[in-house]
Design a protein around this ligand. Structure first.
Ligand SMILES: [Fe+2]
Ligand SMILES: [Fe+2]
Length: 218
């Protein structure tokens, strides 16, 4: 298990390298969100609109935290490190498109006719996006000489801040970063039910920060 609640970059070293911690953290998020979309399929918006609503709200908040972490820290690091900058461009465009659906969902209630369909399409979209990240971007990224220690610290700090901003519990991510990669992680639906989220609002930060370096660092 990773020690992501530590602010020390060396704390996790004995067990997991900063590089692995970062990739595991991102993959654990992917896995958790994927499970939430599956959980949603088992719910009936007509019969249990509240459970649907809270599951969706929590999932959207988690997606936003993840997306912002990538946009603010991971993607800029990847842009400087990997050869195929188009991968980052595509990923950022995909984030922007996903945000359109997220904003639509925020304006809907579970009783809404298109609520389930919109959430489902978001899930399919994210599924595609995640495959590209894991199979292409992350793989290329792990072969570079990124300053993983620095990226990890930034991601940990920013994650804590974003979770707080969204009213999400900080402990969830700490345990999952180390374990969700191998275990199923708990039910997002059950977590969502007890959730009373503050009005975490989206702040689309689809970066147009393009730092074209032209050459990759090794
Ligand atoms: Fe992403
Ligand atoms: Fe991701």
């Amino acid at each position: 298990m990773a020690t992501r609640n530590s602010s020390s970059s060396t704390a996790g070293r004995g067990r997991s390298s900063p590089k692995n911690e970062i990739i595991e953290m991102l993959k654990a998020d992917h896995k958790k969100v994927k499970k939430a979309f599956k959980d949603f399929e088992k719910l009936d918006p007509q019969e249990d609109p509240e459970a649907c609503q809270s599951l969706v709200e929590q999932t959207l908040a988690e997606i936003e935290v993840h997306a912002q972490l990538e946009e603010q820290i991971f993607y800029p690091a990847a842009r400087e490190a990997i050869k195929e900058e188009e991968l980052i461009d595509e990923a950022e465009v995909e984030h922007m498109t996903a945000k359109v659906l997220i904003e639509q969902l925020k304006g809907m209630s579970a009783e809404d006719e298109k609520f389930a369909a919109t959430f489902k399409v978001l899930g399919e979209y994210i599924d595609h996006h995640v495959k590209e990240e894991e199979n292409e971007m992350f793989k290329q990224m792990t072969r570079t000489g990124v300053d993983w220690d620095s990226v990890l610290i930034q991601m940990q700090e920013q994650r804590m801040a974003l979770l707080e901003e969204k009213g999400l519990p900080p402990e969830g991510e700490a345990e999952e970063a180390g374990e969700a990669a191998t275990s199923g992680s708990r039910s997002a639906a059950s977590t969502a039910r007890g959730m009373s989220r503050g009005a975490g609002e989206a702040r689309p930060q689809a970066s147009s920060r393009s730092r074209k370096s032209g050459s990759e660092k090794e």
